[in-house]
Design a protein around this ligand. Structure first.
Ligand SMILES: [Fe+2]
Length: 356
């Protein structure tokens, strides 16, 4: 079988040399204040398409209201509720029109946050785990919230080793015969690939997929699109099922995150297909237990050093990339230097038979 991990090692020129992970990187990592980062010119997945009908629903990005509804079937995103008396002026985010750029794709309504003139479909993140025109059954979709700023939620996600401890009762503990972690990036995304052999079988698969063996080989990918604060979390379990999860972290406010997730279990064992997406409610509470108390500690720059592990390479790189983007935007440069909409099926190692 085509081994994507090998493909990545061979093809990705940006795998960082580990010896460069100190010095300046350390300083940038320690100056991480995610509450102050507010990136512009990006699409955010504001709602599952089924949630938007003729009656307006309210969402927000960094406290800016986005009212969503349909007019003759077409979705509209407005700063104002249609019945609202317009007592405040429309913002620059809509160039004074009151209407944001909006589009539908992958079963989501995407709102543009930034300069409306820069809105382009070419800046929509590639999400090959989802059907382009949506239509996943509702039991695969759900909504959870974190009382945590969005970059911290994503930083927690990309350090996948946390799952062995925090989510051991769902996805299995830390015991494995071998573990390998690789990560690579461009200016708009970071991808981490974790490969384990002989890992304790995920309890959820033992019960609902009927996996009898004690261990399984696991390949997990986390791919984060920096500006859109969206992640793909794709696990391949052998024996077992694939778990392709779309994990957006929309910053409703600086310290509150909304996650309209989609777990595409179309290709899994029948019982697992229904149960696994609901596990998100258990897993997200466990994450929230960890990240909610952390969030306020990152509101201001502190003298106290951050006690991250120096082995947490992907998380540190995520911080640096976010800061670089923020610095570039502060200097007035909002361009995309890398293409986020280019199909990333090969990068995440999506099985050919699961591609749309
Ligand atoms: Fe987690």
């Amino acid at each position: 079988m085509h081994d994507v991990a090998d493909h990545l090692t061979a093809e990705a020129p940006k795998i960082p040399p580990m010896q460069k992970q100190g010095g300046m990187l350390g300083a940038a990592v320690n100056n991480w204040v995610p509450h102050k980062i507010q990136l512009r010119d990006a699409w955010f997945p504001l709602a599952h398409t089924f949630a938007v009908g003729d009656k307006p629903v309210r969402r927000s990005i960094y406290s800016h209201p986005y009212f969503l509804w349909r007019e003759s079937g077409r979705v509209v995103a407005s700063e104002f509720h249609p019945s609202e008396k317009q007592t405040r002026p429309a913002s620059a985010l809509t160039r004074g029109t009151g209407r944001y750029p909006v589009m539908e794709h992958y079963g989501y309504v995407w709102g543009w946050f930034g300069n409306p003139d820069a809105a382009s479909e070419s800046h929509l993140p590639s999400l090959p785990i989802l059907p382009p025109n949506g239509g996943l059954p509702h039991h695969m979709l759900g909504t959870v919230r974190f009382d945590c700023c969005a970059p911290l939620s994503l930083e927690n996600l990309i350090d996948l080793t946390h799952a062995d401890f925090l989510h051991a009762n769902v996805v299995g503990d830390e015991k494995s015969e071998s573990e390998d972690i690789q990560f690579f990036w461009d200016t708009e995304s970071i991808t981490m690939v974790r490969t384990c052999t002989g890992k304790s079988v995920a309890p959820v698969m033992r019960f609902f997929s009927g996996i009898k063996s004690k261990t399984q080989n696991v390949r997990q990918v986390i791919r984060i699109y920096l500006r859109s604060h969206c992640a793909i979390a794709y696990g391949r379990f052998d024996p077992g099922d694939d778990v392709p999860l779309f994990h957006p972290c929309v910053p409703e406010t600086r310290d509150r995150t909304r996650l309209d997730y989609a777990m595409n279990t179309s290709h899994t064992h029948k019982l697992f297909r229904y149960v696994m997406p609901k596990a998100s409610y258990v897993v997200s509470r466990q994450d929230s237990y960890m990240t909610s108390p952390q969030s306020p500690r990152y509101m201001h720059l502190e003298q106290r050093r951050d006690l991250h592990s120096k082995f947490d390479g992907p998380g540190q790189r995520y911080r640096v990339l976010m800061q670089e983007l923020a610095d570039r935007q502060a200097a007035g440069d909002f361009t995309y230097r890398d293409n986020v909409s280019e199909d990333c099926s090969d990068i995440i190692g999506l099985r050919r038979e699961f591609r749309y």
